[in-house]
Design a protein. Structure first.
Length: 95
């Protein structure tokens, strides 16, 4: 595995871990929220979990890709990361 790919994977994993921690904080807030807010939290958390699953899938594809093919996956991975990041930031600022 080349160094650029290793650095990219490390960066993705660090960002993913940070977002996962933020999502965990939102889960904790949801459990303490009133009934109306809990529904909204749960809907948002469901969306975030789906995005997290997609990001995990992309990371898995990256890890399993050949050295020649991983660059072809990079745009799709960046899109998934941007979507998840924006959603986490939006949820965090809203709640």
């Amino acid at each position: 595995m080349n160094e650029e790919r290793k650095a990219y994977q490390k960066k993705l994993q660090a960002q993913y871990d940070e977002w996962s921690a933020e999502i965990d904080k939102l889960r904790a807030k949801a459990s303490n929220a009133g009934a109306d807010m809990q529904i909204e939290y749960q809907n948002r958390l469901k969306e975030l979990r789906a995005m997290q699953d997609a990001a995990e899938q992309r990371m898995s594809e990256l890890k399993n890709a050949s050295d020649d093919a991983w660059m072809d996956l990079k745009d799709g991975i960046n899109d998934a990361w941007n979507s998840l990041g924006n959603a986490v930031r939006s949820a965090s600022s809203r709640f």
